[in-house]
Design a protein around this ligand. Structure first.
Ligand SMILES: C[S@@+](CC[C@H](N)C(=O)[O-])C[C@H]1O[C@@H](n2cnc3c(N)ncnc32)[C@H](O)[C@@H]1O
Length: 218
């Protein structure tokens, strides 16, 4: 892994915000509060249960969390899926520090390893994982199709990719350097990256959840 992946390309405004501890703390509080329902159409617990159920269908328990941020969802899945072991990756040192404290407080630190890195160049061998989780990541990672190809590479055949994204229009995403994604288009990108049974389901006008299985030939 490179020493400081965040410095390789000019970070977007959204990426810069997530480097700030105060912003990560604010986001963390909002993400696990009842306010999540207003944006995602799901409470935090309901959404965590969806991702846990998807990853419980994976052929093993070695999981990768891509763009883990403050760790809310990977940690919730680790608590719900017996035997789950995570490598949680993010660009932001501030987010990883907060995820570490959360994993300790929620008693899964031994099953939730953290690594600073770039979703566009995952520092793992091909086929290393049985499942991957990415909540709120693909709309923020520049070049989301490349990030999907990397996720596909990191999964073994039959591995499950689960997660969720904002589907906001360009007027709201562009100023932050984020991607305007649409669930139908995203399902096509999943298939193009070697995933089968790609399902994207809107849970609110601006949020969708997805699940897909990595095919034998990516
Ligand atoms: C909206 S937050 C989502 C955090 C968490 N997964 C959640 O659902 O609450 C997006 C995260 O993506 C991370 N991120 C953005 N670009 C990235 C990249 N290229 N590689 C890894 N992480 C990235 C940011 O640092 C931030 O923590």
């Amino acid at each position: 892994m490179r020493a400081d992946p965040a410095r390789e390309a000019a970070p977007t405004l959204a990426q810069r915000l997530f480097q700030r501890p105060w912003f990560v703390a604010l986001y963390d509080r909002a993400r696990e509060s009842r306010a999540a329902w207003l944006t995602c159409g799901l409470t935090f617990d309901a959404e965590a249960a969806i991702h846990a159920a998807a990853l419980a269908r994976a052929p093993g328990r070695r999981f990768l969390e891509i763009a883990c941020g403050q760790g809310s969802f990977g940690i919730a899945v680790a608590r719900r899926v017996p035997g789950a072991r995570f490598f949680a990756l993010d660009l932001s040192a501030a987010a990883l520090a907060r995820a570490g404290k959360k994993a300790l407080a929620r008693r899964v630190a031994g099953r939730y390893a953290r690594v600073r890195g770039d979703a566009l160049r995952l520092p793992f061998l091909g086929g290393a994982f049985d499942g991957a989780l990415c909540v709120g990541g693909f709309h923020q990672i520049p070049e989301p199709r490349r990030a999907l190809a990397e996720a596909s590479r990191a999964l073994r055949p039959g591995g499950v990719l689960a997660g969720a994204c904002f589907c906001l229009g360009p007027a709201l995403t562009r100023p932050f350097g984020m991607n305007a994604l649409a669930p139908e288009e995203f399902a096509g990108w999943l298939r193009a990256s070697g995933f089968e049974r790609a399902e994207c389901r809107r849970t609110s006008p601006i949020w969708f959840v997805f699940e897909a299985v990595r095919g034998a030939r990516a």
